[in-house]
Design a protein around this ligand. Structure first.
Ligand SMILES: Nc1ncnc2c1ncn2[C@@H]1O[C@H](COP(=O)(O)OP(=O)(O)OP(=O)(O)O)[C@@H](O)[C@H]1O
Length: 264
């Protein structure tokens, strides 16, 4: 089980900072959703944790150790990262892609262990692609491809999982299946999950905590019930929305502008 702390993190690609003095704590056994308008810095926050940003100040601490001091192979055993877009060479099959997930665990000579192979199989079963391992990834549909990448991240079997809009291309059944599975991993194995999601209803259903961002700042952070509020949605998204409980979870329903309502 691992925890991750960000203190006063400022990061930029060029001259202008994209993240400004961001501080947050991500605890084991919690699923945190990052939400906020397009371009506010959510993906950049995940990339910063992975050490992909050219310019950064502040601290990222993984279990008491600055993350920059952890070698890439060791880091890959601790943190799995699913970017917003991924690229796979044409020749690679789904089975081969998922096997790459175990690469950081393999001995320098030798290949996957029996446990690794079990993890690969389980990951493919979880995303409903067990019968497609022999197919080239690029011949799968968009949603199936996304599920393939999710399988790869699950098979990496790390304590911390970062996912950038993981269910974007998925049909509604797999959106719920994948997020339900990730939440089960959090609950049963104490994983630390940080996930970018645009759909506030999915966020309210599956997250423990929400981090609301705007223009490189964190505007609100905390449990779902404290963060998904009409006031916060107005502040962060400039949007009027009704929030109400339904069947044990919160529902967020944006209001229609008068000109768009049915009676107009
Ligand atoms: N590789 C890059 N080089 C320069 N600027 C970048 C780069 N990637 C992102 N940015 C800029 O950083 C800012 C934050 O981008 P980021 O992708 O983190 O936003 P986001 O909140 O994830 O947005 P979205 O919801 O649209 O995915 C934006 O202004 C974007 O233009």
């Amino acid at each position: 089980m691992s925890s991750l702390t960000l203190s006063n993190l400022t990061a930029s690609y060029g001259q202008t900072p994209v993240l400004m003095r961001v501080s947050a704590e991500f605890s084991p056994g919690r699923l945190t959703v990052l939400a906020g308008p397009n371009g506010c810095g959510k993906s950049t926050l995940l990339k910063a944790i992975m050490g992909f940003l050219p310019k950064m100040h502040g601290d990222i601490i993984l279990d008491g150790q600055p993350i920059g001091q952890i070698g890439r192979r060791r880091l890959a055993r601790r943190i799995a990262y699913l970017p917003q877009e991924s690229f796979c060479p044409d020749y690679m099959t789904l089975g081969e892609l998922v096997e790459l997930a175990g690469y950081s665990r393999y001995a320098l000579v030798g290949g996957p262990s029996d446990r690794d192979r079990q993890l690969f199989r389980k990951a493919l079963e979880t995303v409903g692609l067990a019968d497609k391992a022999h197919l080239q990834v690029n011949t799968l549909s968009g949603g199936q491809r996304q599920r393939a990448w999710i399988a790869m991240v699950l098979a990496q079997d790390t304590d911390i999982i970062l996912m950038d809009e993981p269910v974007n291309h998925l049909d509604v059944k797999y959106q719920y299946a994948v997020l339900g599975l990730v939440r089960a991993l959090v609950r049963q194995h104490g994983k630390t999950v940080i996930m970018v999601l645009h759909d506030l209803n999915l966020a309210a259903t599956f997250a423990d905590d929400i981090v609301l961002m705007n223009a490189g700042h964190i505007l609100a952070t905390g449990p779902v019930s404290a963060t998904i509020t009409s006031e916060n949605i107005a502040r962060v998204f400039d949007l009027d929305a009704d929030i109400f409980p339904h069947d044990g979870r919160l529902v967020c329903l944006p209001r229609l502008a008068p000109s768009a309502s049915a009676s107009a």
